[in-house]
Design a protein around this ligand. Structure first.
Ligand SMILES: Nc1nc2c(ncn2[C@@H]2O[C@H](COP(=O)(O)OP(=O)(O)OP(=O)(O)O)[C@@H](O)[C@H]2O)c(=O)[nH]1
Ligand SMILES: [Mg+2]
Length: 305
């Protein structure tokens, strides 16, 4: 009797402290940008899904918000979104910034805690030592690799890599394949993510805000898309940039509207590059007092189920 070839489909969660390169890794694996990236911590606020098709498999990656200490409800929702991804995963990639001096083994919000969590609920882990392009003495990584390998029985692999430079990704996919359970594909073959173009647009505008604004503003900013209309030749999009206070609104607008114009132009260029369609983007700034610490507001802005 002819045997049916085995198909595998599984979920791989990417966790780690803020700014270690989780979203960069997802984008590099997908060879497309589906998750926003900035040099500032706490960029990702929700789970972002990326789907990788391969011969005989589909690998579903979940990028998560950075694991960090929180006081506000927004940060709590972010950390909960990250931790809950462990339970949904067949394999967890725990990322560490190999160029950073934080002791990830003992830091109360470090990778060690995440590995222990995976151990408790029986999820295999690959510890990924990222940003090795910044590590001059590569030999210094050897004792760290050994320490992670001995840290927990959940750790199945310790892989040095540079998500930004893209080294070692095909080898990583080969290692991951063995952890994908047998099962049919969960998403259509050509899908790259489950985000809608509207959601991607909101994230691109928010990424632009984080890159253009300083101090507490990246953390006080949310973006909603109010209108998204399209014809074959052009898109017309209206969005709102939400902040917490009037003083913040004034900064986002800038002198005679210079900052909001700059944000709009930069985001518009990104959108045209991303979707290949002429795009009009209208942005408005509004104040939503205390939205980062209020569950109802978080729900309204899409940060809580
Ligand atoms: N040199 C170097 N920089 C990297 C590498 N990977 C990521 N980065 C940079 O690190 C910064 C943070 O990257 P992100 O991918 O946004 O990090 P993240 O872990 O998703 O951060 P949060 O979403 O805030 O938790 C960005 O400036 C990236 O360009 C790497 O391999 N090497
Ligand atoms: Mg991120």
């Amino acid at each position: 009797m002819p045997t049916t070839p085995i198909f595998r489909c599984g979920t791989i969660a990417i966790l780690g402290r803020p700014n270690v390169g989780k979203s960069t890794l997802l984008n590099t694996i997908l060879t497309e940008k589906v998750s926003i990236v900035t040099p500032k911590p706490q960029t990702t606020r929700q789970r972002i899904l990326g789907i990788v098709p391969g011969p005989g498999y589909q690998a579903i990656f979940i990028d998560t918000p950075g694991y960090h200490q929180f006081k506000k409800k927004l940060n709590q929702a972010m950390v909960e979104a990250a931790l809950s991804a462990i339970g949904d995963a067949d394999l967890v990639l725990v990322l560490v910034d190999a160029s950073d001096t934080t002791d990830e083994f003992s830091d109360p919000h470090g990778a060690g805690v995440l590995v222990r969590r995976c151990e408790e609920i029986g999820r295999p882990v690959f510890v990924m030592l990222n940003k090795i392009d910044r590590v001059r003495d590569k030999k210094a990584l050897l004792p760290i690799i050994e320490r992670w390998a001995a840290f927990s029985p959940a750790v199945k692999n310790v892989i040095p890599l540079s998500a930004a430079k893209g080294s070692g990704i095909s080898e990583l996919l080969v290692e991951i394949y063995g952890y994908l359970p047998e099962g049919p594909a969960l998403y259509p073959e050509d899908d790259l993510t489950d985000q809608t173009e509207r959601e991607i647009t909101a994230e691109i505008v928010r990424e632009t805000c984080i890159l253009c604004l300083r101090e507490e503003l990246p953390y006080a900013t949310a973006v909603t898309i109010e209108r998204f209309s399209e014809t074959a030749a052009r898109r017309s999009i209206s969005g709102i940039i939400w902040v917490e206070r009037d003083s913040q609104k004034a900064i986002v607008i800038g002198k005679r509207g210079s900052m909001i114009r700059h944000i709009g132009q930069t985001a518009r260029e990104q959108l045209i590059a991303r979707f290949g369609v002429e795009t009009q983007l209208f942005l408005e700034v509004k104040v939503h007092p205390g939205w980062t610490d209020d569950p109802a507001s978080l729900r309204e802005l899409g940060y809580k189920p």
